[in-house]
Ligand binder design. Structure first.
Ligand code: NAD
Ligand code: ZN
Length: 345
């Protein structure tokens, strides 16, 4: 069951019109970056009553306090109060950061998210995680807080480039790996160009909402959504400040290969399933060599993972395709072996 505050539609303008037919706000702001301003905003602007644009620069490197200052500054300058609304129109960066700014502005104002990338539609749109990066650590500062409404329309994906589309595809695959082996077969049967994104978005929303409703604050089951993310986030953070920046899904694909290898070692994932996962992900994402001299830095970055307790790194690992367990301790040596495996594929 998908929560009622999430609307999956092929008619985003209609959903926006019915929202404003019902609700009145003192001020409305639309948070965009240069891409969503030119490509997504024109599709919906006529449905939004008198509003102000708040524009920030696109990219993960701007998901930080400096940009939050700009957003808070604009909301203050425009005279936003507790009855105002912020519409976050963009990918996961806009959703996470705009939500964070709205949820903290004057102790919280209304906000709705209109995710416009596949990654944001299948993952960032649900579960209420908001936040920003800090001192090189991903999503280091933030909170749990649900948007008042999320409107998801695959039409926005028409302008997304293939690399970004593939980044979101990694989370669709992750949802299958942790919860639905049968659906994985449906997904991989079709070549990438022929995928039915609307159908996959609905599937991902179902998996993610089932898990997050059961454990909203990530004290247990929700940790399975982090499969591939313990090493994946560390790899993403590591490459963030290099010329070989990886997209979130690309880093998570590396993380899923590494953590499938660890699943085979620690939680009895059958070797042929591990091989199937690694072949599938390599066929979609290719391979990015990771120099052994960087292993230690990547390992150290996993120490910042939010699932850790008392300095012990914990991962969510597969017991088989379609089933995932969590809180499995892993150490530096495991990470090194997993990265060695990745380099060997
Ligand atoms: N809150 C959560 O649960 C959650 C889950 C997963 C990821 N995230 C976060 O999401 C972020 C990544 O999100 P992302 O992959 O959407 O990246 P992003 O927000 O940086 O968007 C990627 C690029 O696509 C552009 N873009 C957006 N919509 C477009 C469209 N329709 N057409 C053309 N270009 C478009 C953006 O301007 C940007 O340049 C990360 O910061 C990650 O931490 C959050
Ligand atoms: Zn992710």
């Amino acid at each position: 069951m998908i929560p009622s505050a999430i609307v999956l539609t092929r008619e985003a303008p209609l959903a926006i019109r019915s929202l404003f037919a019902e609700k009145k706000y003192s001020k409305i702001g639309v948070l965009v970056d240069e891409n969503t301003e030119s490509l997504c905003y024109p599709l919906i602007k006529v449905e939004i009553p008198e509003h102000h644009m708040i524009k920030i620069a696109s990219g993960e490197e701007h998901k930080n306090l400096t940009t939050c200052n700009e957003i808070w500054h604009e909301m203050t300058r425009l005279g936003f109060d507790r009855k105002s609304l912020l519409i976050n129109l963009g990918g996961g960066v806009i959703g996470d950061m705009g939500g964070f700014c709205a949820a903290t502005f004057k102790r919280g104002i209304n906000f709705i998210n209109i995710p416009t990338t596949l990654l944001a539609q299948v993952d960032a749109s649900i579960g209420g995680k908001l936040g920003i990066d800090f001192e090189g650590y991903k999503n280091h500062i933030g909170l749990f807080h649900d948007p008042d409404l999320v409107i998801i329309d695959p039409v926005f994906l028409d302008t997304l480039d293939v690399r970004e589309l593939k980044s979101g595809y990694a989370e669709i695959i992750k949802h299958c790996l942790i919860a639905d082996a049968e659906y994985l077969d449906t997904v991989v049967r079709e070549p990438f160009e022929d995928q039915d994104w609307g159908k996959h978005i609905a599937h991902s929303l179902q998996v993610k909402s089932r898990v997050t409703l059961e454990d909203p604050l990530e004290s247990g089951l929700r940790k399975i959504l982090n499969f591939g993310h313990t090493i994946g986030h560390a790899v993403e953070s590591f490459f963030l400040n290099t010329p070989n920046k990886l997209l979130h899904g690309e880093a998570i694909a590396i993380g899923m290969i590494c953590e499938s290898f660890l699943s085979m070692k620690k939680t009895h994932l059958p070797a042929q399933e591990m091989q199937k996962i690694s072949n599938l992900l390599k066929s979609i994402y290719g391979k990015h060599s990771i120099d052994t001299s960087n292993y230690l830095s990547i390992s150290q970055l996993t120490l910042q993972d939010k699932k850790n307790t008392d300095g012990q790194v914990h991962a969510a690992l597969l017991t088989k395709i379609g089933n995932c367990t969590y809180d499995i301790p892993i150490d530096t040596n495991d990470i090194k072996n997993a990265l060695d495996f990745y380099n060997s594929i």
